[in-house]
Design a protein around this ligand. Sequence first.
Ligand code: ADP
Ligand code: ASP
Ligand code: MG
Length: 404
Amino acid sequence: MALIVQKYGGTSVADAERIRNVASRIVATKEKGNQVVVVVSAMGDTTDDLIKLANQVASKPSERELDVLLSTGEIVSSTLLAMTLKDMGHEAISLSGAQAGIQTDSAYSSARILKIEAKRVIKELENGNIVIVAGFQGITDGMDTTTLGRGGSDTTAVALAAALGAEVCERYTDVEGVYTADPRIVPEALRLPEIGYEEMLELATYGSKVMHPRAIELGGLYGIPILVASSFCDKPGTLIHGGISMEIRNKVSSIAHDFDVAKVTIVGVPDRVGIAAGIFEPLAQAGISVDTIVQNASVDNITDLTFTVSKSQLPAAMEVVKPIARSIGARECVSDSKLGKVSIIGTGMQNTPGYAAKMFRALSEKGINIQLITTSEIRITCIIQEAKVKDAVRVLHQAFELEK
Ligand code: ADP
Ligand code: ASP
Ligand code: MG
């Protein structure tokens, strides 16, 4: 008897009919002789709606209360799914993150799982239950509810799979797997039959909503194979795993994009020891997560320093940086909140020249101006105007012949 963890995303449980569809798929898995643990997201746009409500009652909602509020979305879907399964004649029980033993640190809205005390889940499985766990949430040692960050139900699922020693974590969504680019932007994008953890981690970190980055990190760390597939049909999907053969690592495998980039430039910064630390320490203390950082070569000991943050963090970042810029004698502090990024990803790029040039040429032929460039061994990212992101994804998909 195998133990399988399945995760169903918000679109897959968006209404009563879809919950019944998901329940039938779970029953089919159980009837093949498996033990099944299911993790669910909140129904449809519930999380967005709850955030809007919170912002209507408070200008700066309390972080603690917000996490409790958001966690209720997944409680609703998990209880409805358990009721549906029982109604269909199957033993099932829903558990909140806390009841499932998911212990986290106390970083509200982006908590990390410290440990899973899986006794209760195991007991319920032994009692013959299908166990439905509310995704995206956990509890601190002080018994406060936390959430794991947007898209965090994926992380709940992979963490549970690791803690329970599951054979596989199946992640069901509204697309048939991981594609060479977002199929909503590039209709001719192709499904990848398989992808390695490292490429998938770059894809997820650089914008692809199809998997939460921390879920991939955990999958790689514990060697949990993750199947991404559709909950609306029975197609094969994409297997994320570590055993990808060297031979197919020979090109760009996918294009990622992200519409959520804002840029801050401090102009005319004196080039002295300790200046960067003096800027980025207060940003970190304010909980602002900085992505790309670029410092120009200095002329006459004066330089410009640019960094990017998510759009929602731009006001807070400017609040922190402006007084520092003034105190160190920088000329001015400017920002741009209408940016995005596009990345090409592939392990085959390692030590192979020509990929960057080809990317920049393709973008320039479309009249797309590159503002910043960052790279890793298996990724090249260009920061561009938000309005150009979709065009950039399409032109790069073509340039690297990913539709073939
Ligand atoms: P769920 O509701 O199941 O959590 P999400 O909306 O979070 O689903 O993630 C699935 C979406 O991810 C797809 O509908 C698709 O538009 C988007 N996506 C972005 N990049 C990719 C990609 N490379 N492959 C597949 N889907 C992608
Ligand atoms: N409901 C949460 C969100 O919308 C978590 C998740 O779906 O994974 O981000
Ligand atoms: Mg999601």
